[in-house]
Design a protein around this ligand. Structure first.
Ligand code: NAD
Length: 285
């Protein structure tokens, strides 16, 4: 029987560490780190994510500014707002919740965020720095996955890692982070033929697809480490991942549940990124 990776506990530990660092900064007379979160429109899921991010920043003792804009806001108005946050010396991190309404070009907005305040790690300069193996702000979910692997003492070097999903926010960056840690990495996607023949080779399997039940027990290797990023609703309305958890837990050595696995790490890493941006900001780096 595999061990369940407790993402909630891992995230709580990161959040407690960030909170204690913030307390020390304030006790030493420093300014509070500040995260600005921008939401456009009324997408219910985005509203929940944003509320959680703002609450988590405040819970960590940070300042959190919410910029709540109607769906009718123009692209130019949004660019002006982001530029204002970029220029504001009291703001350390800027996050624009995606997706944006269809009349706004997401790429242009991401490009507008100052790379030094890009707490999501989505700006092209941060993406390029990650590809080049240079110092950068890591995207939160991939960073959270690597954190979980370290916390569980999983050796990455020399292992066969398979990542399913090639999005810019999860699949591609997590594949790069595993490669940097000397795994032999295969990236699968919707056109991959005979997915099972690839996943059965995986010592470490990361799934970021959004398809409940995509990975069944016959598709994994005995003793595999499984990190399930997928967030889906099952037929009975429950939140579930891409992996058949009940079927795979007996065969995996380590496995993340959904909910309570990779998910909680995303916000924890966002707070860590905000603190990192703050430190660079006050040090003028
Ligand atoms: P996406 O939705 O942009 O793309 C899905 C990817 O899956 C694509 O690269 C596609 O090629 C691949 N894919 C689709 N069908 C496939 C198939 N049958 N076989 C193999 N690959 C297939 O990706 P995303 O934005 O990274 O989101 C993926 C999932 O992760 C979603 O369920 C999302 O909700 C979840 N997610 C969770 C977190 C979190 O837990 N914090 C963060 C981001 C995304």
């Amino acid at each position: 029987m595999g061990k369940i990776i407790d993402g909630k506990a891992a995230a709580s530990a990161v959040r407690a560490r960030v909170k204690s660092e913030v307390e020390n900064i304030i006790a030493a007379g420093g300014r509070k780190p500040c995260l600005a979160v921008v939401i456009v429109g009324d997408d219910p899921a985005s509203r929940i994510y944003v509320r959680n991010k703002v609450a988590a920043a405040r819970e960590a003792g940070m300042e959190s500014r919410l910029e709540d804009l109607p769906a009718s806001v123009s692209q130019d108005e949004l660019i002006s707002l982001v530029n204002g946050l970029n220029a504001d010396p009291e703001v350390d991190g800027v996050l624009v919740q995606l997706p944006l309404p269809s009349h706004i070009d997401e790429s242009i907005i991401i490009d507008t965020i100052a790379p030094s305040k890009d707490v999501d790690g989505f700006h092209p300069l941060n993406v390029a720095a990650l590809q080049l193996g240079r110092e950068c702000i890591l995207p939160c979910t991939p960073a959270g996955i690597i954190h979980l692997l370290y916390r569980e003492g999983v050796q990455i070097e020399g292992k066969r890692a398979v990542v399913i999903g090639r999005s810019n926010i999860v699949g591609k960056p997590v594949a790069k982070l595993l490669l940097d840690r000397h795994a032999t990495v295969t990236l699968c996607h919707s056109r991959t033929r005979d997915l099972g023949s690839v996943t059965r080779e995986a010592d470490i399997l990361v799934t970021a697809v959004g398809h409940a039940g995509l990975i069944s027990a016959d598709m994994i290797k005995e003793g595999a480490v499984i990190l399930d990023v997928g967030m889906n609703r099952s037929a009975d309305g429950h939140l579930c991942g891409d992996v058949d958890f009940e079927g795979c837990i007996g065969k995996a050595s380590l496995i993340t549940p959904v909910p309570g696995g990779v998910g909680p790490m995303t916000i924890a890493m966002l707070l860590q990124n905000t603190l990192k941006c703050y430190k660079r900001h006050v040090e003028g780096a």
